[in-house]
Design a protein around this ligand. Structure first.
Ligand code: KG4
Ligand code: ZN
Length: 335
């Protein structure tokens, strides 16, 4: 079964072709990074327009790379939320058009479920239950999955998302936008223990996160150092900030898995591309006897192969969306 995946929830137009829910035959991304970089963030109206321009040629190229035609597609999986309304509409309209014209089954997919299902490309799903940490530009949440496609949100950020915190500090440090990857690279040359930033909510006894206090602590530290005539070392600053985020994420994820008696941990979302998070999570998982899975780096950030994978799994269970399926910018993971 070949599924065409379409993802346009934010600033990347992405199209993929995935066979049998696992084999990635094509996975293309038309990035709008340069378009939004000079504004220091994603401009929704510009994103929608760029999706409109990119989507048709990208679908044609993805089919070409996969060595197939529209007529060979059995299903169309598309992100219906969460995301920017105008951006989501472009992908959903394209998916409906393909479904209507070819008779391929349509399935709407939750973007966050896509990030989790990126783990199942290539190898398929391990036996549930799972505990999942989803960390992206817009989300930070810990989820218990008793079985496939069922979600119990254990906790989430009460303020900024992890990727948002990375991007804000990176911008403050002049590392460009989105700055997560640049901050990650810089941090590799620094000492994660150089500066003791607060571990917000580390001992709160729940699975929520808070990141805005850390952001303020970094700004205050830099101002204090400059006022005292000292120049903070950028690599130490990046490494110490990153460590404060990673510390809390790792400890809460491991605690949730142990408390729930779950032995498989899945990581998903753009921030899972972070070298230190992968390294620390792997080590902590091994120490706690947990199996920790994370997607290949290029499948952590937004892509359409993950949407095709989640959609293929739903289609295989007999689920379908009708041609009037609507977008939902605030869509949550359903129990
Ligand atoms: O999942 P994603 O591609 O888009 C959303 O759904 O939001 O995540 C993008 C976020 C950005 O904030 C970006 O800075 C962050 O993921 N990110 C990273 C790294 N690579 C991407 N953050 C830290 N370290 C990285 N290596
Ligand atoms: Zn995402």
């Amino acid at each position: 079964m070949k599924v065409l995946g379409i993802e346009t929830s934010c600033d990347e137009t992405a199209v993929a072709v995935v066979e049998d829910g696992r084999s990635v035959l094509a996975n293309l991304i038309s990035s709008q990074v340069d378009l939004h970089a000079r504004y220091g963030g994603v401009v929704p109206e510009l994103a929608s327009r760029a999706h409109v321009q990119a989507i048709n040629p990208l679908m044609a190229e993805a089919l070409d790379r996969a060595g197939c035609r529209f007529a060979d597609i059995d299903g169309v999986a598309v992100t219906v939320g969460p995301g920017l309304a105008g951006a989501l509409l472009v992908g959903v309209a394209a998916a409906k058009a393909v479904s209507l014209a070819t008779g391929a089954e349509l399935i709407g997919v939750n973007h966050l479920e896509g990030h989790i299902y990126a783990n199942f490309l290539e190898h398929g799903p391990p036996e549930p239950p799972y505990v999942c940490l989803v960390v992206s530009g817009g989300h930070t949440l810990l989820v218990h999955m008793p079985e496939e496609h069922r979600y119990e949100v254990l906790g989430q950020t009460v303020d900024d998302a992890a990727g948002e915190a990375f991007d804000k500090i990176a911008r403050f440090m002049g590392l460009g936008f989105p700055g997560g990857p640049a901050l990650d690279r810089l941090a590799r040359q620094g000492d994660p223990e150089a500066i003791a930033f607060p571990r917000a909510m580390a001992d709160s006894g729940d699975y929520d996160f808070s990141l805005s206090g850390l952001k303020t602590a970094v700004l205050r530290y830099v101002k204090g150092e400059l006022a005292a005539g000292r120049r903070p070392d950028p690599a130490d600053l990046a490494a110490s900030f990153q460590e404060a985020i990673v510390d809390v994420q790792v400890s809460k994820t491991v605690a949730a898995a142990l408390e729930r008696g779950v032995s498989t941990v899945l990581l998903g979302g753009g921030v899972v591309a972070n070298t230190r998070l992968r390294e620390r999570m792997e080590k902590a998982g091994a120490e706690a006897g947990l199996r920790v899975l994370f997607p290949a780096i290029e499948l952590c950030t937004d892509n359409a192969a993950m949407i095709a994978c989640a959609g293929a799994s739903r289609l295989a269970r007999g689920e379908r969306s009708s041609l009037d399926v609507a977008i939902d910018p605030g869509l949550e993971l359903a129990p």
